[in-house]
Design a binder for this molecule. Structure first.
Ligand SMILES: O=c1nc[nH]c2c1ncn2[C@H]1C[C@H](O)[C@@H](COP(=O)(O)OP(=O)(O)OP(=O)(O)O)O1
Ligand SMILES: [Mg+2]
Length: 449
């Protein structure tokens, strides 16, 4: 199917957001999504509806309307007809809910934000464009309160945008224009935040029911579209966006390791992580030599991550790991990779260790793998976490899986070495798995301001 304007199925229309479009409102935005154009203003009124009086809580109300010649045929003004029709009611409530969902009304204080969305040209997706534009206008209005010290903190918890998706001629498409919308078998509006969470999903199988598979495809498209819209909002809001969301980090992370086994494990463990994973090879730094002269796993992990974050300006994640064997004072520890010498092979390291504890009985062969995972952001923020995995060192190598000391490390609870256990299990119980779990928790805290 060839789309109007030859757009790809997963392509949004050109989006243009112009701030300060009109002069009087505290926030005023013209949003253009292709041929759809909506003026969105946000006005502050220093009072609230009766049900909120003396509660300290604010309110947000939205109104929506279409100019008579925003459409192909002149549409009679609702004011001339003397009443607001059902569609308008529905849309303005939708806009109000969407914006309220990302504003902390208590922090806003006892005042009302009036949002007015006036469609000056309609080519499909007017309600979604209204929400995307209204959000920017609202930020501007609230920012004025903040700058004038009427409120202490920006009460905006998330960005929000909206886009339509649908099925036309059995194809799943993003951001429908009027012509496509009129022909759609399934029509859906998705309102989402910058965290990829849903605020509202409105979907209708207009001509026929649709499947779960269809739904998932549409949600994916909507996610992509909203991500692009939020990027446009961020760009146009510039530093104000940074104040709300923190400095923007890319959606990519680079794993700062030269060890292919580690990379594979980290990739597998982070498969549900919301970031695209790059290797050193992907960023043209394969084989980079980094001097790991820290005194702890944590320090070495930081050294690796900092070096790569600096070179790539990406979020860098590094693992420094090793084996602590209790019978020999937690050796080889941070020296695990070079236990048998600077360029030692895994095999040489293992043999040296087996020899060093050859007379130690099983009960005293306790050991643990340690993994310190350091994360360094491009603006210099950083953190580190540690995961461990307890076990014992065997008397001989067993199993062909894994790398490093895997085939002599008998993991607690399994009575088998990591060499004998499939990687799918290792990756749920290992030191690296435990560290990466903590890393993900901490990571999401850092990304949310
Ligand atoms: O799950 C593991 N299973 C078996 N052995 C392991 C594991 N995790 C770490 N180890 C051993 C391998 C190496 O002897 C040392 C890590 O040394 P470490 O410097 O962190 O890694 P590395 O030099 O191989 O790669 P890089 O520094 O580029 O990340 O501990
Ligand atoms: Mg190393």
């Amino acid at each position: 199917m060839v789309r109007v304007n030859k757009r790809k199925n997963d392509e949004i229309r050109d989006v243009k957001i112009t701030r300060n479009y009109t002069k009087y409102a505290e926030g005023s935005v013209l949003i253009e999504m292709g041929e759809t154009k909506v003026i969105c203003t946000a006005s502050i009124e220093e009072k609230v509806p009766p049900f909120l009086r003396n509660t300290g809580t604010g309110w947000i109300n939205a109104e929506y309307s279409m100019l008579p010649r925003s459409t192909h045929q002149r549409k009679i003004r609702e004011s001339s007809r003397g009443k607001v029709d059902g569609r308008t009611q529905e849309i303005q409530r939708l806009i109000g809910r969407a914006i309220r969902s990302v504003v902390d009304l208590e922090k806003l204080g006892e005042r009302t934000i009036w949002i007015d969305c006036d469609v000056i040209q309609a080519d499909g997706g007017t309600r979604t464009a209204s929400i995307t534009g209204a959000f920017v206008a609202t930020v501007d209005a609230i920012y004025k309160l903040y700058k004038s010290k009427s409120i202490k903190k920006m009460p905006i918890t998330n960005f929000v945008s909206a886009i339509s998706v649908g099925i036309v001629n059995h194809e799943h498409i993003l951001d429908l224009c009027y012509e496509e919308d009129s022909a759609a078998q399934v029509d859906m509006n998705l309102i989402m935040t910058d965290k990829g969470e849903f605020v509202e999903v409105q979907g209708t199988g207009e001509e026929s029911p649709f499947s779960m598979e269809d739904l998932n495809k549409l949600l994916d498209l909507g996610k992509k579209g909203n991500k692009e819209l939020i990027k446009a909002q961020r760009e146009v809001l510039g530093e104000i966006a940074d104040e709300i969301l923190g400095v923007e980090y890319g959606n990519e992370v680079v794993i700062a390791t030269n060890n292919a086994h580690k990379l594979e494990e980290i990739g597998a463990i982070l498969k549900d992580f919301d970031y695209e994973i790059y290797s050193l090879k992907d960023v043209d730094l394969a084989g980079i030599e980094i001097v790991e002269d820290g005194k702890t796993f944590e320090h070495n992990a930081f050294i690796k991550a900092r070096t790569i974050a600096k070179k790539t300006k990406m979020i860098a994640i590094a693992d420094d790991s090793g084996l602590e064997v209790d019978a020999i004072n937690k050796k080889p520890g941070i020296y695990s990779a070079r236990y048998a010498g600077e360029n030692a092979t895994d095999e040489e390291n293992r043999q040296k260790l087996l020899k060093a504890i050859k007379n130690v009985p099983m009960s005293q062969r306790t050991a643990r793998f340690v993994s310190a995972i350091a994360v360094v952001f491009p603006d210099g923020k950083e953190f580190v976490v540690r995961g461990t995995c307890e076990g014992k060192i065997g008397f001989e190598e067993k199993g062909a899986n894994g790398f490093g000391y895997d085939n002599i490390f008998i993991v607690n609870g399994y009575d088998k070495t990591f060499g004998e256990i499939p990687s799918s299990i290792k990756n749920t119980i290992s030191h690296r798995a435990n560290a990466l779990k903590l890393m993900k928790d901490e990571f999401s805290k850092r990304i949310v301001k």
